[in-house]
Write a protein that binds this ligand. Structure first.
Ligand code: UD1
Ligand code: CA
Length: 450
């Protein structure tokens, strides 16, 4: 049995009031359509077929090789959209799973159950529904006196009696492929000028064929996103799911409500995440770390046993046992090796800091390579930019940089050397040398203790 998937994403999404196509709006850091693809990927052998229409090019560009595309040039309804995919799939699959790209909260486990239920039956179609309190434009599931599904009626054409029904159509379906292609051709044009996919249910029942609905227990799975209020609701549900997943995997959260972890992030066991912390992009955090409060990490890697308080880290790499904060800013290309300590107001960009180097108070290090066990005094600045170009600073192991030192790059400080407080270093300093003054001059050679 081959199962293929069709995901509808051709609609305009007018109510988002956005320049961005609806299905590209991010949810937990990934485009809505990414979540829809994730939900089906485990159950199919070939990439899903994505039906695109409005801003098709933009959607194609983002999704790339993760789907096959068919273009629905005119949006003539969900039934019409599925029919457009026939050209790619006719004869290619026995079973067709249909979902919508604007329903990113549907769980892969629910779709697995739907497929299992369907494959274990002789029905032409198995649908999904849920019992809820808010109609929000959902199609109503009509059942007969014995409880059998007889039709889905769209809100726009429902009678007052039907409008009162509280069982709603989710819009995840499993079809027998051959039956589907032929049923799609029989869908009548609705009064609104669309071909409703939902009408195939009634078509099956009219022919005496059995239909069943898998009733989902969690109404959140059916949240369809039509505007940005729905987007925020979905974001919250997604956040809860992600946080629960990490907590069950061994991560402590002091306040999950104010912990924001995007879908691409990984967190190690026994790490504690404190309130108002945002872990974004492809951030990876090791074990036994203490992160937050008030920290944002974007595409950053953190080793084990690190401690980060009230800081912003972007495209950075932080080793084991690093401690930093409050108010540090690691920018692109900052690499802190094992045991580095940054105190308050430290900014590091495109620089490597060697093991156990310390920078306790308000300093800027950019375009530098700093050895191990270096002490960077308060107010140290790498003057790396001359107005046109960036220049490099190199500091050897065991150096002591005095408070308020200006390192005018390009410049190199030899191993174990010392700069006096307030030094403006404009020339390279050899190993084991004390310099001081403006511009810094050699005072004397230092005796090596080792
Ligand atoms: C649809 C269902 C409704 C269900 C609800 C669940 C139909 C007729 N109605 O209503 O029973 O309760 O979803 O959220 O199916 N699309 C296309 N091409 C089209 C039209 C739509 O690709 O020509 C896509 C849209 O991009 C969207 C999805 O299909 O991803 C659903 O379309 P939408 O117009 O939002 O349907 P609903 O009114 O929500
Ligand atoms: Ca919708």
């Amino acid at each position: 049995m081959t199962v293929a998937s069709i995901i509808l994403a051709a609609g305009q999404g007018t109510r988002m009031r956005s320049k961005l196509p609806k299905v590209l709006h991010p949810l937990a850091g990934k485009p809505m359509v990414w979540h829809a693809l994730q939900a089906v990927n485990d159950w199919i052998d070939q990439p899903p077929v994505l039906v695109v229409g409005h801003q098709a090019e933009a959607v194609r560009e983002v999704v790339g090789g993760d789907a096959r595309f068919v273009l629905q040039e005119e949006q003539l309804g969900t039934g019409h959209a599925v029919a457009v995919a026939e050209e790619l799939l006719n004869g290619q699959a026995d079973t067709i799973l249909v979902t919508f790209a604007d329903m990113p909260l549907i769980r892969k486990e629910s779709l697995q159950l739907l497929i299992e239920r369907h494959l274990g039956s002789d029905r032409p179609v198995t649908m999904t529904s849920f019992i809820g309190d808010e109609a929000r434009g959902f199609g109503r599931v009509v059942r007969d006196a014995s409880g059998r599904v007889t039709a889905i009626v769209e809100q726009a054409v429902a009678t007052p009696e039907q409008l009162a029904i509280r069982e709603y159509n989710v819009s995840a379906y499993c079809f027998d492929a051959e039956w589907l292609w032929q049923a799609l051709a029989e869908i009548p044009l609705s009064p609104k000028g669309e071909y409703y996919l939902t009408d195939v249910i009634g078509l099956a029942v009219d022919k005496g064929l059995p239909v069943e609905s898998l009733v989902l227990q969690d109404p959140n799975e059916a949240i369809g996103l039509n505007n940005r209020v729905h987007l925020a609701e979905a974001e919250k549900v997604m956040r809860q799911r992600i946080n629960e997943g990490w907590m069950l995997a061994g991560v402590t959260m002091i306040d999950p409500e104010s912990t924001y972890i995007e879908a691409g992030v990984r967190v190690g066991q026994d790490t504690v995440i404190r309130p108002n912390t945002h872990l974004r992009g492809d951030t990876v955090i090791g074990e036994d770390c203490d992160i937050g409060p008030d920290s944002t990490l974007i595409n950053t890697q953190v080793g084990n046993k690190a401690q980060i308080i009230a800081s912003l880290l972007e495209f950075a790499k932080v080793g084991d046992l690093v401690s930093m904060g409050p108010f540090c800013h690691l920018r692109k290309g900052a690499i802190l090796d094992t045991g580095v300590h940054l105190g308050n107001y430290a900014e590091v960009k495109d620089s490597y800091l060697g093991p156990y180097t310390k920078m306790g108070h308000f300093s800027y290090i950019g375009n530098a390579r700093i050895g191990e066990n270096v002490n960077i005094g308060a107010g140290t600045i790498t003057c790396n930019y001359d107005g046109e170009k960036k220049h490099f600073t190199e500091i050897g192991a065991g150096v002591f940089i005095g408070s308020d030192t200006m390192l005018v790059a390009p410049v190199k400080i030899g191993a174990r050397s010392i700069t006096g407080a307030g030094a403006v270093v404009t020339h390279d300093v050899p190993d084991d040398t004390l310099v001081h003054g403006v511009p810094a001059k050699e005072i004397r050679k230092l005796e090596r203790s080792d």
